[in-house]
Design a protein around this ligand. Structure first.
Ligand SMILES: *[C@@H]1O[C@H](CO)[C@@H](O)[C@H](O)[C@H]1NC(C)=O
Ligand SMILES: *[C@@H]1O[C@H](CO)[C@@H](O)[C@H](O)[C@H]1NC(C)=O
Ligand SMILES: *[C@@H]1O[C@H](CO)[C@@H](O)[C@H](O)[C@H]1NC(C)=O
Ligand SMILES: *[C@@H]1O[C@H](CO)[C@@H](O)[C@H](O)[C@H]1NC(C)=O
Ligand SMILES: *[C@@H]1O[C@H](CO)[C@@H](O)[C@H](O)[C@H]1NC(C)=O
Ligand SMILES: *[C@@H]1O[C@H](CO)[C@@H](O)[C@H](O)[C@H]1NC(C)=O
Ligand SMILES: *[C@@H]1O[C@H](CO)[C@@H](O)[C@H](O)[C@H]1NC(C)=O
Ligand SMILES: *[C@@H]1O[C@H](CO)[C@@H](O)[C@H](O)[C@H]1NC(C)=O
Length: 529
């Protein structure tokens, strides 16, 4: 019966309608559609400084889902899909998708409605989710005053707040009702205090989600719309909502955790980057921010999206090229409470600085999978899945930061996982002394990043001597077995009788199960090599 129900829900892709709880155990790969993959697999040149369309499409994305799924991601966040400003502006073309002109039409540069539906179906067939980025705060003009009749469906000046550009970010009314952008490319602020506008927006998000079987919505510029606009909008979406509230203070972001399902974890992103960008970074400041969020957000840190990079910030590898610092920083989103998000290209060591340099075409990398950071993220995804499978409290247990005996190291405890990070850099030999690691006496542990075994001490603590500044992610060997494997026997997972019985018993046509086993197997085979 259960199996039938599972099969039915898998096949009913048009009714995925994923809730916050169904997103908790996933990890998200973020792409800018224009820069991820072309329809015919060609590799046109793409000079980011020109800010022009480079040719990526939804069809291209469908053709490269193996690449994303092989890394262990089970959700994809795509850049906005609706029709944007056409042609060149002072700041280039709208290849990123954030310059809405018509919310009821799609951006034809990325394909047709059928192409977007095919993307949604292709993801669902793999047991993966589609997250679509939406902009509610503004429409975008190309002159001052803007041509209001170019906007749809809000084509009258009264559908917008009157012109004033945000300058004082301490005045929340100004933040919500004045305009972003400038006179060249004004981000014309929609009057979300108007009831007709509100009703139209709510109906729109409902039909967007339903037309394209969207599983989750990422909302742009959330802090620029009054807070009490959001609950009805989120309810109309009917699926998981995660919002961008660009601010470094948990006290500011906290209020938004009350009005939508989740927020992007910007308050932790600032200290995260600072902590690992140099060997002088403050690791305690990162932990302190997380603890503030744990105690002040509606769902603690669980309903946040953790990220190291995104399309708005300089890539981490433009700040440091030290491979150990990069690996440590990349590990962070995967070993703590939030939903991990990785921005495309990080795995290929892309190092573009501030926008537009951080929006490189991924096809220029050749999508090579045999690369250190691709392997790293594969392993992190597999380790997270193993921890989820091994302990059904993993996703609801808040991380703790036991002391390590050193300012340049940090321990992140989320049973059965203990992540050990360091910002000493690749010439350092970090040491972690964690007395309250909570393992069993002398328990056998494995660092999943290297498949090195160590034992807990007689009090369940660990003393770990690292090398090359590398992070470690420790899991009891027994926890890995619960998920069907240990590091050293990873390659045999699909041959064990219980694993085979599980897949066969649930029917080979169940794409999600096959994909899961394949993802674990793929990550594991790279661990053995
Ligand atoms: C995530 O949890 C849901 C139950 O909420 C379960 O059906 C699904 O298989 C889990 N997925 C993964 C990848 O663990
Ligand atoms: C787009 O417009 C900007 C500003 O006028 C200009 O600098 C740039 O060269 C233009 N790009 C193209 C490809 O026309
Ligand atoms: C304003 O937009 C409308 C609708 O797209 C168009 O017909 C008109 O030519 C535009 N006016 C100007 C001055 O660009
Ligand atoms: C805040 O901004 C609003 C909108 O621009 C303005 O009307 C109001 O006077 C400002 N408040 C303060 C205290 O400056
Ligand atoms: C959804 O599809 C309906 C029917 O084709 C159409 O009227 C509506 O505009 C579409 N909504 C969106 C947001 O694309
Ligand atoms: C946030 O940024 C502001 C402005 O740069 C700064 O004054 C403040 O100390 C920062 N807050 C935190 C928690 O870092
Ligand atoms: C690091 O951050 C912690 C927590 O915010 C703070 O108490 C400490 O003073 C900072 N250390 C340094 C060296 O700045
Ligand atoms: C599972 O997580 C709970 C909550 O953190 C913890 O008390 C328990 O020891 C964990 N079990 C294992 C086997 O790691």
């Amino acid at each position: 019966m259960l199996r039938l129900a599972l099969l039915t829900s898998l096949l009913a892709t048009s009714a995925f309608a994923a809730s916050a709880d169904e997103w908790r155990n996933r990890t998200i790969y973020q792409v800018i559609t224009d820069r991820f993959a072309t329809s015919d697999g060609s590799s046109p040149s793409c000079d980011t400084s020109q800010r022009q369309y480079c040719g990526g499409t939804w069809k291209g994305l469908v053709g490269k889902l193996d690449y994303i799924q092989n890394m262990g991601f089970d959700a994809v966040w795509i850049s906005p899909v609706v029709a944007n400003v056409e042609g060149n502006t002072t700041y280039g073309e709208a290849f990123h998708g954030y310059w809405t002109q018509d919310i009821n039409s799609l951006n034809s540069h990325f394909g047709t409605a059928d192409d977007l539906k095919s993307l949604s179906t292709a993801l669902h067939n793999r047991g993966m989710y589609l997250m679509v980025d939406v902009v509610v705060n503004h429409m975008v003009g190309t002159a001052d005053p803007p041509n209001f009749s170019a906007f749809q469906p809000f084509s009258s000046q009264s559908d917008f707040h009157s012109e004033c550009f945000v300058s004082n970010y301490d005045n929340q009314t100004e933040v919500e009702q004045c305009w972003l952008g400038d006179k060249n490319v004004p981000l014309v602020d929609i009057n979300t205090e108007d009831n007709n506008v509100v009703t139209t927006m709510n109906n729109w998000i409902s039909s967007l989600v339903s037309n394209y079987s969207v599983d989750g919505v990422r909302i742009d510029t959330v802090k620029h719309v009054r807070k009490d606009f959001w609950p009805d909008f989120a309810k109309s979406a009917g699926v998981f909502t995660i919002g961008e509230v660009l601010n470094n203070e948990t006290s500011y972001v906290s209020a938004y955790t009350q009005v939508i399902d989740a927020v992007l974890d910007y308050p932790s992103w600032f200290p995260l980057v600072a902590a690992f960008q140099t060997s002088n970074g403050n690791l305690s400041a990162l932990a302190a921010t997380v603890q503030q969020a744990q105690s002040s957000y509606k769902d603690g840190e669980f309903m946040t999206g953790a990220f190291l990079e995104n399309h708005d910030q300089p890539r981490f590898q433009s700040l440091t090229q030290d491979s150990a610092l990069v690996k440590n920083a990349m590990t962070w989103p995967f070993v703590q409470d939030a939903i991990p998000i990785m921005y495309y290209g990080q795995e290929q060591s892309y190092a573009g600085g501030a926008d537009p340099a951080n929006r490189e075409a991924l096809w220029l990398s050749g999508y090579v999978e045999d690369k250190p950071l691709v392997t790293h993220v594969k392993t992190l995804n597999a380790a997270r899945k193993a921890a989820i499978a091994a302990n059904n409290s993993f996703l609801t247990t808040a991380v703790k930061f036991p002391s390590t005996g050193s300012d340049s190291t940090m321990a992140i405890l989320k049973p059965p996982m203990l992540a050990l990070l360091s910002n000493g850099g690749s010439s350092s030999t970090p040491k972690w002394t964690v007395s309250d690691a909570g393992f069993q006496a002398n328990e056998e542990l494995v660092d999943v990043l290297t498949c090195t075994k160590i034992n807990a001490d007689s009090n369940g603590g660990v003393t770990v001597q690292g090398s090359g500044g590398s992070p470690q992610v420790l899991i009891p060997t027994s926890a890995l077995s619960t998920a069907g494997t240990t590091c050293s026997s990873l390659a045999t997972i699909t041959q064990t009788s219980s694993a085979r019985g599980w897949v066969d018993g649930a029917a080979d046509s169940l794409p999600v199960l096959a994909a899961l086993v394949l993802a674990v197997w793929a990550a594991q085979s790279s661990l053995v090599l």
